[in-house]
Every structure is written in structure tokens, then in C-alpha cells.
Design a protein. Structure first.
Length: 237
């Protein structure tokens, strides 16, 4: 992928110029997706521990023993993509928030932000990862100023982030022409993304044939799909 060095910031092949006459006249104080160049050498997902049986005393949490997602969680923890609670637990069945899932995907790609102040309601430990994901075009706010970081993420919102992350990993703009045969397909707002990740095998529906787009996801479920995206690349995993 071609990149351009403009004012010390790498931009993609078609940078957003914000209707500036000359790009050097643009004010970089205005929040906008910069999409920092991602080089092959800094893709953390390439170093993701993808073994089917991961165990490490330094990364095993006290509440995931014999849990169905234990290996996925341990693998991501070993690669420093997920972290647990201060008390040593992971809380696999807790709902995962928009901020937490964004941070996981940002760490998967080892993204580095240019700025860290895009949303009025984002601060604290995850501000760095959220800002990096925003600049890379992986996430957007619920409006230009609000991200709602503590709101539980829905399954279709998760699908959108996974789809955009897949495109970054594979340097593509994946397009599908299928329609997943979910019983509740009419309830899905982000149809393109949900259909794409279904075809890629990254995220599928429930046993009864529904996708449940508005349903929230757990931390364990998030670990599984992110591990699959990083280790299998969405190629049937």
C-alpha cells in the first residue's frame, strides 16, 4: 500500500483533505481519521500466540479454569491483547463494553495514535487505544463528540469493528454478495458488515439460525472472535 509523508504524518493513498485548498493549510487540531500507516513490522497480530493449548501462570486468570474460552483468553493475554481485573479475574461472562472491545482490536494491530483527544466522554486507561482505533477508521462515535465507551457493545457493532479490522490486516476492502440466512436479518442495520464476517467465518449466528444484532456480547465471546481474526485471519475460523 502506498503512503505519503505529509508534515511528518503518514496518510493513506487517498487522504481526507477536509476541503482544504492545500493540505499543509489544514488545521490538525480538528479530529479526523488520519489512518496512520501500518507497517508489516509492527503488526502485533503476526506475533499472536495461536497454539490451541496455551497456559501461563502469569496470564491465567483465577476464574477461567475449564471455561469454554479459556484457551482463547490465555492466548490473547499471553500476547498482551487482553487484560483482567485488578483482583486477578477475567470475568468472562461479563458484558464487554465498546471501549474494551475497541481496545482489544487496537492492541491486536498494535496501533499508535497521533492525537488522543477525539471524544468528550473518553479518558483514562483506554483513551490511547480508542484514539488509535478512531484514527485507523475502525470505530466512530455515536455522534461526532460522544463515543459512549461504557455502553455494552452489541453484536452488530462488534461485527462492524471486526470487518474493518479484517480489512486492515489484509490490506483490502472486502466485499461480499451473499446475504446470510439469519431469521432476524431484517433487524440487522449493518448488513454489509454482518454478511461479510459471516462469509469469512469470523462471526456467525446462534444455533437456532438468528444473529441477534442488538444483543450484547460477553468478554469470553469477544476473546474468541478476536483470536479467530488474528490467528485464522477469518479464513474459515
Amino acid at each position: 500500500m502506498k503512503t505519503y509523508l505529509i508534515g511528518g504524518i503518514y496518510l493513506p493513498e487517498k487522504p481526507l483533505l477536509l476541503k482544504c485548498t492545500f493540505i499543509f493549510m489544514c488545521t490538525f487540531m480538528i479530529p479526523w481519521p488520519l489512518q496512520p500507516a501500518i507497517t508489516e513490522s509492527n503488526k502485533l497480530y503476526e506475533n499472536l500466540v495461536c497454539s490451541s493449548d496455551i497456559y501461563s501462570e502469569s496470564t491465567t486468570f483465577t476464574d477461567i479454569n475449564n471455561h469454554w474460552a479459556e484457551n482463547y483468553i490465555n492466548s490473547l493475554a499471553e500476547s498482551k491483547i487482553v487484560t483482567g481485573k485488578p483482583n486477578g479475574t477475567f470475568a468472562p461472562e461479563d458484558k464487554i463494553t465498546r471501549a474494551q472491545f475497541t481496545a482489544i482490536t487496537s492492541r491486536l494491530l498494535n496501533l499508535k495514535p497521533v492525537y488522543t483527544n477525539y471524544f468528550q466522554d473518553v479518558n483514562g486507561n483506554l483513551q490511547y487505544e480508542i484514539s488509535a482505533a478512531y484514527e485507523a477508521g475502525i470505530i466512530r462515535g455515536i455522534n461526532p463528540e460522544i463515543f459512549a465507551p461504557h455502553r455494552a457493545i452489541t453484536r452488530e457493532q462488534m461485527a462492524v469493528i471486526l470487518y474493518r479490522t479484517y480489512n486492515i490486516i489484509h490490506l483490502t476492502d472486502y466485499e461480499t454478495f451473499i446475504t446470510a440466512s439469519y431469521k432476524d436479518h431484517r433487524q440487522i442495520h449493518f448488513k454489509k458488515e454482518v454478511n461479510a464476517i459471516y462469509e469469512l467465518g469470523i462471526m456467525t449466528g446462534t444455533a437456532e439460525g438468528s444473529f441477534r444484532p442488538k444483543q450484547t456480547a460477553t468478554r469470553a465471546q469477544a476473546a474468541k472472535v478476536v483470536w479467530g481474526l488474528g490467528c485464522d485471519g477469518g479464513d474459515g475460523g
